[in-house]
Design a protein around this ligand. Sequence first.
Ligand SMILES: *Cc1c(COP(=O)(O)O)cnc(C)c1O
Length: 547
Amino acid sequence: MRAAKRTAQATPESLHQIFTIAEAPDSTLGVIEQEMSHNLAGFLGNHIVATKNALTDIEQDFIDAQIPEQPAFVSDHMDHLLDKLVAQSVHTSSPSFIGHMTSALPSFILPLSKLMVGLNQNLVKVETSKAFTPLERQVLGMMHNLVYQQDESFYQAWMHSAKHSLGAFCSGGTVANITALWVARNKLLKPDGNFNGVSRSGIFAALQHYGYNGLAILVSERGHYSLKKSADILGIGQESVIAIATDENNKIDCQKLAEKCQQLAKENIKVLSIVGVAGTTETGNIDPLEQMAAIAKQYQCHFHVDAAWGGATLLSNKYRPLLKGIELADSVTIDAHKQMYVPMGAGLVIFKDPESVAAIEHHAEYILRKGSKDLGSNTLEGSRPGMAMLVYSSLHIISRPGYEMLINQAIEKAEYFADLITQHDDFELITKPELCLLTYRYAPKQVQNLLTKFNNENDKEALAAVNLLLGKLTKFIQKRQREDGRSFVSRTRIEVARYNGEKVIVFRVVLANPLTSKEILHDILAEQCQLAQESENFLPQLLSAAS
Ligand SMILES: *Cc1c(COP(=O)(O)O)cnc(C)c1O
């Protein structure tokens, strides 16, 4: 008899369940699976996020450059891995590991990834991925739909068309950004008369042909470093990535952006692309995308949105409006391995115009023949795994409302943590969360008052001296917390508008793990207070300055 069709529903309980996992069998392999499962579930004893071993100690286990002459039994090798690798790994899934965008995975990912690896399909060409190619095209269609919301006939027409592609699946946001700017470059410097286009003739000939003095990529000073990598390999040069100042909310200053566009036009430097960031890596803020799109239109340049981290917010009907204007972008980067809870190696770029990818089309005789549906003809990477399956499966298993719950929960938890920090006398909130990311630092009330005083007096030197000490203290606390291994927050250095744009060292927190409880957040602050007391120099110096 066939089982009755189940109807699943996304509830907070069911979401909690998918981030926890059942016990695994008690074999060596089972132990590893269990260890991994526990990692996945975030159920680690005492919420330990990392071993106490220093990196240089761990390196001693990986010191031998000889390829083994002796074979090993798999079971023995598993023991070896358990000891040397698993035990010393960073438990990114621990609910007290809240420092990075790499976080917990749902438990169903482990069996599904085995299936994916076992099938070993290669997405470069249909001949090695007959079902996976249509699946990946469908995933690109779904993600295109998430951003651009075209009608059904649009997807019926383009999703599986040999001459088109709605995007490119790749290993991550870096390659997605490179691909987007590659398309923008080749479309801008396209073949024209006798000129064969930048793709065939190179950047020097292209600039000469079109008579430009140079190219520029404009992005806020919070832009991701992958844009510089892109400019580097596309032959444009890192110096052509121009950082535009941000306002006090870490959003690009559109006035300054427009002024820069005008200035560059006068210098005959063509803007290759304006890049909006939807969820900056350091502060999680979203640029005013609608305004940026209008500027891009005025200067007739490509508009790319780097939503590597924040793009998943589109799955939440409640918070989707934060990304208003993203649908005006010519291309959008989204990392499924960040807020979509897919393991690493899952990035994608989506193109508004299904014909865009023709600009980067490459062919070869034995594969990627003209007219084939091979995805490899318009991806930077060659051989590629079937990661799209994990995005496909996650979208089915979690569903849009399930993702909405995860995203809403994360944002609301960040707001809770921000309130906690604001109300605490010994902490200073540096950037308020717009999504589930915030920055703050340890600064006792009297030191905060001192900063306010110096600020009012416009005493920049005194301000800088206090910020320097606070920075050292923040660094001390963050390192100790990481080494102790109970919890982890990351740290970064950002300009803070209220301190005259001075760069200060801050803790950075990403609240993506659904199992991170309010209790854990309280514990993390308590631990940081405790560690501050253990700093031999910095805190006493600060307190004596403030008294
Ligand atoms: C993470 C991130 C990237 C880079 O993505 P990878 O997957 O690490 O290559 C690019 N841009 C932004 C805004 C990001 O947050």
